[in-house]
Design a protein around this ligand. Structure first.
Ligand code: FRU
Length: 592
């Protein structure tokens, strides 16, 4: 084990131990009046206020006042426990110690368990190490996350903002959470950077380093552009950071792009400097629009593209767009990526891309057989790239996971979501045409432990791949098919739960079948089963499979194919079976 891993494990144990010690918890005495208004007043003396809650989208409005002033710019909603407690919402009150804190929550059942269970505590009230907690991917400590936001790289540090609900494990109260990493594998959590305000929730967006102070906030200010989603529709706002991205101040002239009656759903601005101006790609219903600016504050509309332009059907709103410049064998190429929010080719939300040219005002696509999918899996979405990485494109996407709306048995308890592995993306010859290839970011390889040889040479079964299996590892298999038959491999556990990966050479498909792999209620009902990807025919197939408790990310032949899917086996998968008429050039396993 690396020293860093040992230290992290010891710190986790200490944190977990102190969190089991509930003796110093202080009950919060409150009352519920005849209108269902819960109120309580106390002197803050612990780190957290713990409010009992359960799995249901929030409707109770929460206000917290400190010495008579609300701590919120916009009142959040949450779900207060009635007769069962699924989890406790931890609200940080450490900075108010010694002060008078008053809570009020609307619409509370008169017999609610909040009366007996609300308390102050020095710990967050749960064990971070739950069964499906990813070990080498980002996941929020508590709460819900969706899209990555405001991604930028600065002096060895990868900043990750993300759509975050701090008050529930379901979507709501959209704020920007914040974490940083120096290796794209271990993430450190930081306080929320952008919160909802009078203009609405803080939806997705991006951040740039304003090296030449074009906006006037200061040289090297980090400037975030995000969507304020409120009663006046979706408008674009600016916040800036003068401490390298750890705290932000909202621009007083917000919004910088206002909504109009025809333009109520414009969102997810992705901004970068191209040649002579800032260029914004932004979602507008079924379009992506482009705007230009000299100062990040005044924006001019340039052009737009939509599904119709590519002969594609209506797959809902085109969310979280990105515009990327690549060098392909000395030729400049541009790529637009978009996220179609409804049933795409794989039955669920999907990331599509278009390859072409950027003229400075508009994107002209090459004639290619669209739709082209960046990832054939069904559990990644809203991916965008990091800013300030030079010619390298590092893309990060939301790992969408349980619980889905209507899911009775959410697989994860204190958090929902996470991020997929960061990918290096580049253009590659895909046989028939250019493709946008995705491979694990190079830092992932650097963070791995040395390989262990599995020693399989042909189809066969390996009963236990790891002695101390914690559900997180990477398998690398290189196959040479000896005939045109189907081949592939399966992972299973002692309960017989199995996920299979089949290379169907005659139909040119790769299939992931997770229908017998543990909890099923967690999966989106509309996702195709098995999940199907295009197989680009080669003589040999190098498969890199990353399993991290609840996720399966398969990369084939350095970017030919990527499939990101969630899995919820009820015991960690540990047995490998290879099938088909194949020779195995190598079979290895890595831990992190
Ligand atoms: C994509 C998305 C974005 C929006 C955000 C809201 O998942 O719908 O378009 O900004 O999530 O959380």
């Amino acid at each position: 084990m690396k020293l860093k891993t040992i230290i992290t494990s010891i710190l986790c144990l200490i944190a977990a131990a102190s969190c089991n010690d509930r003796k110093s918890d202080l009950p919060v005495q409150g009352t519920i009046d005849e209108n269902g208004l819960y109120t309580a007043t106390f002197t803050a003396s612990r780190n957290y206020l713990l409010i009992p809650s359960y799995y249901k989208r929030g409707t109770n409005k929460l206000d917290i006042q400190v010495n008579g002033t609300s701590i919120f710019e916009a009142i959040p909603v949450m779900t207060v426990a009635k007769d069962k407690v699924d989890y406790f919402v931890p609200i940080e009150i450490a900075s108010y110690k010694g002060k008078t804190v008053s809570i009020s929550i609307t619409g509370v059942d008169p017999a609610s368990l909040i009366l007996s269970q609300a308390r102050q505590s020095d710990c967050i009230g749960f064990d971070r190490e739950e069964f499906y907690r990813p070990q080498y991917h980002f996941s929020p400590e508590f709460g819900w996350n969706n899209d990555p936001n405001g991604l930028f790289y600065d002096n060895g540090v990868w900043h990750l903002g993300y759509q975050y609900n701090p008050y529930s494990v379901m979507w709501d109260n959209m704020s920007w959470g914040h974490a940083t990493s120096t290796d794209l594998v271990h993430w450190e959590n930081h306080p929320v950077i952008i919160r909802p305000d009078a203009l609405g929730n803080a939806y997705s967006g991006s951040a740039v380093i304003d090296k030449n102070n074009t906006a006037g906030f200061g040289e090297n200010a980090i400037v975030a552009l995000y969507t304020s989603a409120g009663e006046q529709g979706q408008q674009q706002s600016v916040a800036y950071s003068l401490d390298g991205g750890y705290t932000y101040t909202k621009y007083e002239g917000n919004p910088v792009i206002s909504s109009t009656p025809e333009m109520m759903t414009q969102r997810d601005p992705k901004v970068q400097w191209i040649d002579d101006k800032w260029v914004m790609a932004i979602s507008f219903d079924k379009y992506v629009r482009f705007y230009g600016s000299q100062n990040l504050l005044d924006w001019e509309f340039l052009s737009s593209i939509c599904a119709n332009d590519f002969g594609l059907p209506d797959w809902g709103t085109w969310e979280c767009p990105d515009l990327l410049k690549f060098d392909y064998n000395g030729e400049t190429k541009w790529v637009v990526t978009i996220n179609a929010d409804q049933t795409g080719p794989n039955g669920v939300r999907t990331t599509l891309y278009f390859i072409g040219q950027w003229t400075g005002r508009e994107f002209i696509a090459d004639p290619l057989p669209y739709p082209l999918l960046l990832d054939y899996g069904v559990d990644q979405y809203a991916g965008v790239t990091y800013g300030n990485t030079g010619d390298r494109h590092v893309q990060l996407a939301w790992l969408t996971s349980s619980p889905w709306p209507g899911s009775e048995t959410p697989a994860t308890k204190y958090f929902t979501g996470g991020m997929a592995l960061p990918h290096d993306i580049f253009l590659k010859d895909g046989g028939e045409h250019l493709i946008l290839a995705s491979v694990p970011a190079k830092e992932i390889y650097e963070a791995r432990q040395p390989a262990k040889e599995l020693g399989l040479r042909e189809a066969g079964t390996l009963e236990a791949m790891l002695d101390n299996n914690s559900g997180s590892y990477q398998i690398e298999l290189t196959f040479v098919p000896k005939s045109d038959e189907n081949f592939g491999f399966k992972l299973s556990n002692s309960k017989g739960e199995t996920v299979s990966y089949t290379f169907d050479q005659s139909n040119g498909e790769i299939l992931t079948d997770r229908s017998k792999c543990g909890l099923q209620d967690a999966f989106p009902k509309s996702a195709h089963c098995p999940v199907v990807a295009k197989l680009i025919k080669r003589d040999a197939y190098k498969v890199e499979l990353f399993i991290d408790r609840m996720s399966s990310e398969m990369f084939v032949n350095d970017g030919d194919c990527v499939m990101t899917n969630c899995l919820f086996p009820t015991e960690y998968l540990n047995t490998l079976e290879v099938f088909g008429d194949v020779e195995l050039i190598s079979s290895r396993i890595f831990e992190f």
